[in-house]
Write a protein that binds this ligand. Structure first.
Ligand code: AMP
Length: 454
């Protein structure tokens, strides 16, 4: 197997990797590092969790050190653009770690939501690496605090997300301010038309590298969908989270307001939770993220954009409180629970209005998401780790799955709306069956209970 020592990396970088305990490059690193060391442009199709940051950070640091010159005042030699503040912080941290054995290495982070003055001060003397979100960077450029005319390498990280967030014009303005003779790297988790267009205009003779296509990420995650009426989602969510196998859950809503509401409701129901989204201050977001990482809170409720770049290991469950209207977001979401080769569980709570979204998702992941017919929530890998706390399902006693239990299958709007090929119809409720009896491993059938107004 390829080792970092086989890739032509310099000794200070190998030492930094050794200190992190990294010896074996990930596939995206093994492919990208030699190309970037040779000065090529790279178009990388990879998402967070594949090791893509080191794939560009290591070779760019090495090339910078090989051509040892000082950055000019207000300037940077390497510019990395990221869609979110969180990702900027993580990428900056990676550069700090990998660059720590270069004694004169300096880097700066630029993003909104915090004061400009420290950023302007850091940039005044010039830096080797600047990691920035597009909006604040343009602000500081227009104030004359940052110049990009001596950039040697440009990285567009998570380019698809930057475009989703409406950054295409800022990106074009920034690229126009960077010298045309440069090395360029573009990483993106997906490759829609707009990214192909951007890649064609910013890269020169780029080599394409690709890992973990969308469908294979989805394959690693144990996915379920639960059909539930909108009004019953909250009760169901609380019950799901109280299950012993849930150690750390990331919950997705479509809106910022929705994220706040869900977090508040969980707190009220006794589940430690916080929300993370773009309307929160940088401090509040970092605090929520830190509490999630150290286990102070069990559930973090996020919007798609805020969740990008969240690098938290050990997320046992991703719960889609609402399905995303962009199917690619589903893949990004569920990928949060399958980091670094781990597997995880993703549960989608789908109401009648969201069935069309589910169909789009199934198209792009080229799989049918199994219906959780009985609100089972077992987690084989977790059960093993925790000594088998999840009991096997008691099929005979279980009532029907969906929250409209009691109605004939033909009257369940969610099932009516499902494509005929998608899933077998859930079994109808057994007359007289009790939701409590049917509960599995401490998980009563919340949806059923809520549907009956209890
Ligand atoms: P990224 O995809 O860049 O967000 O990286 C995902 C995670 O994998 C980060 O926590 C990295 O520190 C970690 N990582 C990156 N490269 C390696 C490697 N070669 N071996 C083990 N972990 C790594």
């Amino acid at each position: 197997m390829t080792q970092f020592t086989d890739l032509g990396l310099a000794e200070p970088l190998l030492r930094a990797l050794g200190a992190e305990g990294y010896t074996t490059p990930t596939p995206i690193q093994a492919q990208s590092i030699p190309l970037l060391l040779a000065g090529k442009d790279v178009l990388g199709l990879a998402q967070t969790g594949t090791g893509k940051t080191a794939a560009f950070a290591l070779p760019l640091l090495q090339r910078m050190a090989e051509n040892d010159k000082r950055a000019k005042p207000k300037s940077t030699r390497i510019l990395v653009l990221t869609p979110t503040r969180e990702l900027a912080v993580q990428v900056g941290e990676s550069f700090r770690i990998y660059g720590k054995n270069y004694p004169r290495f300096r880097h700066c982070l630029i993003f909104g939501g915090v004061g400009m003055v420290p950023q302007i001060k850091t940039m005044a003397g010039g830096v080797d690496v600047l990691v920035a979100t597009p909006g604040r960077l343009l602000d500081l450029m227009s104030q004359g605090a940052v110049r990009l005319d001596s950039v040697e390498a440009l990285v567009l990280d998570e380019a698809d997300r930057m475009l989703d967030m409406g950054f295409i014009l800022p990106i074009r303005k920034i690229v126009a301010a960077v010298p045309s003779v440069r090395q360029t790297v573009l990483f993106s988790a997906t490759m829609p038309e707009a990214i192909v267009g951007l890649a064609n205009s910013v890269l020169h003779n780029a080599v394409r590298v690709e890992v973990a296509p969308v469908s294979s990420t989805a394959e690693k995650v144990d996915q379920r969908v639960m059909f539930v009426e909108r009004d019953n989602k909250r009760t169901l969510l609380t019950e799901l989270l109280s299950h012993a196998s849930v150690e750390r859950a990331l919950i997705f809503t479509r809106t910022k307001h929705g994220a706040n509401r869900v977090a508040e409701q969980l707190e009220k129901a006794g589940v430690s939770a916080d929300a993370i989204h773009g309307n929160k201050s940088q401090n509040a977001r970092q605090k929520a993220l830190a509490s999630f990482k150290d286990g102070t809170i069990k559930a973090l409720v996020a919007t798609d954009i805020a969740a990008r770049g969240i690098d938290v290991d050990g997320i046992t469950h991703v719960i889609n409180f609402e399905l995303p209207n962009e199917p690619e977001s589903y893949v990004h979401r569920i990928g949060r629970t399958a980091r670094a080769g781990a597997s995880g569980i993703a549960v989608s709570l789908c109401d009648g209005d969201e069935v069309a979204y589910l169909r789009q998702i199934e198209k792009i992941i080229r799989q049918t998401v199994p219906v959780d017919e009985d609100h089972r929530f077992h987690a084989p890998h977790i059960a093993r780790r925790t000594g088998g706390s999840a009991k096997p399902p008691q099929r005979a006693q279980r009532p029907a799955a969906i929250t409209q239990a009691g109605k004939p299958a033909s009257q369940r709007h969610t099932e009516q709306a499902r494509p005929a090929h998608a899933h077998p119809a859930p079994r109808p409720a057994r007359p007289g069956s009790s939701p409590q009896k049917g509960g599995f491993a401490g998980l009563p059938n919340a949806g059923n209970r809520a549907a009956r107004g209890r």
